[in-house]
Design a binder for this molecule. Structure first.
Ligand SMILES: Cc1cc2nc3c(=O)[nH]c(=O)nc-3n(C[C@H](O)[C@H](O)[C@H](O)COP(=O)(O)OP(=O)(O)OC[C@H]3O[C@@H](n4cnc5c(N)ncnc54)[C@H](O)[C@@H]3O)c2cc1C
Length: 131
């Protein structure tokens, strides 16, 4: 449980940065809501091994809820975020659900606009599996 009166933080994205951020906040008993469009964390450096069939997708994906099993102040939600409104301090998901928080951390990585299609595919489990 988080301490009463402590600020709540919404972290968008359960990549390396989002997980690190949520864990660091949880060490201080801060209430964290971690939102990710996938319910798993993918270990991207091993995507090439999935693409070449050396590893299966399950070998490089870990359920986000499992990662935070020992962090009761972190609430993991499987949501794709479409909007962040700093004025109302609210994050909105594709299904319309709104998550309020005193603060918001964004870790949804970004794909440079000039990324070619083949390289973009190497950023996801589904993409690597289809190469
Ligand atoms: C094929 C490949 C090989 C790599 N090899 C190496 C390496 O050897 N060494 C190295 O240091 N780095 C490597 N990298 C880079 C490294 O993986 C990235 O720098 C790192 O993953 C970035 O971490 P991140 O937390 O910023 O973003 P990510 O790990 O990309 O995490 C972003 C998270 O945000 C979520 N997300 C995105 N948009 C939304 C949304 N709208 N709503 C909700 N959730 C969302 C995603 O599902 C994801 O979980 C590699 C990358 C790739 C693609």
């Amino acid at each position: 449980m988080s301490s009463p009166g402590k600020p709540s933080v919404v972290v968008v994205g359960g990549g390396f940065a989002g997980i690190g951020c949520a864990k660091a906040l949880a060490e201080h008993d801060d209430a964290v809501t971690l939102l990710d469009r996938n319910n798993y964390h993918q270990f991207q450096p091993l995507l090439y091994q999935v693409a070449t069939a050396e590893l299966a997708t399950v070998d490089i994906a870990r359920p986000l809820r499992g990662i935070f099993r020992r962090h009761p102040t972190v609430d993991v939600k499987h949501l794709a975020v479409t909007d962040v409104d700093p004025a109302t301090r609210t994050v909105t998901a594709a299904d319309g659900r709104r998550t309020p928080g005193h603060r918001t951390g964004l870790d949804n990585n970004s794909v440079p606009p000039d990324h070619r299609r083949s390289r973009r595919r190497m950023r996801t489990l589904a993409g690597a599996g289809s190469v």
